[in-house]
Design a protein around this ligand. Structure first.
Ligand SMILES: Cc1cc2nc3c(=O)[nH]c(=O)nc-3n(C[C@H](O)[C@H](O)[C@H](O)COP(=O)(O)OP(=O)(O)OC[C@H]3O[C@@H](n4cnc5c(N)ncnc54)[C@H](O)[C@@H]3O)c2cc1C
Length: 415
């Protein structure tokens, strides 16, 4: 985020998170990438000790009581150590916390939200199934009523924190006959209730976040662990999609930023043809483009955060801004990493510099929390609705008529 837009409190928050990022030993980062550390428990505990989990969670539950603008400041800084740091931090303190803040009972908040913010318990979010992730409402994980409990059966996959989390926010079908948006329920399922982690994937990047398959084989969940209403998962899901996508976008900026810093520093030291390579426009213009892309991403994230924080922007407009922001930022940041790798030449492709790791990690951003295709699906849907409403409003110039032959007979044919 831009310094000049930050309040003194936000600058302080940013510096606190920068200090946390510096606290992480380099061996820790390397061990996560080597899959020697399966879940960054110590990092999460340290976040809790520093009161840096749950930036938007109300203070009474141990959070910072901040707004989205605060959150994106923290998210960018957290990810400088690697995208997966933000993934684990965000899933617990942004995404699962969001569901608890908005839909949790007071008992659930005390039991699950407070320990999250203290860094004592870690959460995972279970949406995606082997059958698919984009078609979320087509879930085949089923929770069957048994007295006052539910019996959960099914599988979820690619779950960050599958290894490491103490509890899981799980979406399951509870009414097989109802329309899909009224057929699912959201549950808090503790690992100790019988959740099994069957398989750890080999990942291209973002290792060390415990990403795993999670299996529910007749897991008994008490009714008090329903989040929101029975068959009422849809509003919980829509609420959580804001932190999923806005948070992810802000995190991606932080994960890409070191690429620009490293490539810039390299280009003022490395020489070719008797001069520093920054003196070749082919190099310095790549740096300019990477910087421009990151600044554009920050601008969009700031505006979108302000829109969500304001509470006055319609849900549809927020959904569009968040979705297009996620797609735009993740694609721009992917470009940033590639431009910076190009500046480094061959050495950028080795593990002498972390460029190759940044690139591997960043690829996830275009796939998870809803693929970028799904982001386009949502954006266009909301935009067509907005445009239809605009046409009814009649307070804008009709630009279509500003053509020489706008009124020529028989040329505006639509079918
Ligand atoms: C490392 C990692 C961590 C993850 N962490 C989590 C997690 O913590 N929790 C969780 O629940 N999930 C998690 N995911 C899952 C992730 O969100 C999904 O992989 C993603 O949503 C896509 O689902 P899918 O893999 O089933 O692909 P599919 O849904 O099968 O999609 C395959 C392709 O089809 C396209 N497609 C599908 N439907 C449409 C459509 N209607 N219009 C246009 N294109 C379409 C998609 O864009 C994609 O290109 C994680 C994934 C990875 C790899």
């Amino acid at each position: 985020m831009f310094d000049f837009l930050m309040t003194p409190e936000q600058l302080k928050l940013r510096d606190e998170v920068r200090e946390l990022a510096r606290w992480v030993p380099r061996e820790y980062i390397l061990d996560m990438d080597a899959d020697k550390i399966k879940y960054p428990k110590e990092f999460m505990q340290e976040c809790g000790r520093r009161n840096l989990i749950g930036i938007r969670v109300p203070v009474e539950y141990g959070g910072r009581g901040g707004q989205w603008v605060d959150d994106i400041i923290a998210a960018e800084e957290i990810c400088v150590n690697g995208y997966i740091f933000g993934c684990t931090w965000g899933v617990t303190g942004d995404v699962v916390a969001e569901a608890l803040v908005h839909y949790g009972t007071e008992e659930q908040k005390q039991k699950y939200l407070v320990p999250i913010c203290k860094g004592e318990k870690f959460a995972a979010e279970c949406l995606t199934e082997p059958r698919g992730g984009s078609d979320f409402f087509g879930s085949t994980t089923i929770a069957r009523r048994d007295g006052s409990d539910f019996i959960l059966n099914g599988q979820k996959r690619f779950i960050v924190g599958g290894e490491g989390a103490d509890f899981f926010l799980v979406y399951a079908k509870t009414d097989l006959e109802a329309p899909s948006s009224k057929s699912m329920t959201c549950f808090l399922v503790e690992r100790e209730m019988g959740v099994k982690t069957e398989y750890l994937y080999g990942l291209m990047g973002c290792r060390g976040g415990g990403t795993a398959r999670v299996v529910f084989d007749n897991v008994r969940v008490p009714a008090e662990n329903v989040v929101g209403e029975v068959n009422g998962a849809a509003p919980v899901f829509y609420q959580m999609m804001i932190p999923e996508r806005l948070g992810t976008a802000a995190m991606t900026i932080g994960a890409a930023r070191p690429a620009l810093e490293i490539a810039t520093d390299y280009s003022v030291k490395r020489k070719a043809f008797g001069t520093e390579i920054r003196n070749f426009q082919a190099v310095s213009f790549k740096i300019a483009d990477a910087m421009m892309k990151l600044d554009a991403c920050r601008s969009l994230m700031y505006t979108t955060s302000r829109a969500v924080d304001s509470g006055t922007v319609s849900a549809g407009r927020c959904r569009r801004m968040v979705s297009e922001g996620k797609k735009f930022v993740t694609e721009q940041c992917w470009d940033v990493a590639n431009l910076c790798m190009q500046v480094m030449g061959g050495i950028g492709y080795t593990d002498v510099y972390p460029l190759e790791k940044i690139l591997r990690d960043l690829r996830l951003s275009m796939i998870w929390v809803g693929t970028n295709e799904i982001m386009s699906l949502i954006s266009q849907h909301e935009w067509y609705k907005e445009r239809a409403a605009e046409l009814k409003g009649h307070n804008k110039r009709d630009s279509e008529l500003d053509a020489l032959n706008a009124f020529v007979e028989g040329e505006k044919v639509y079918q």
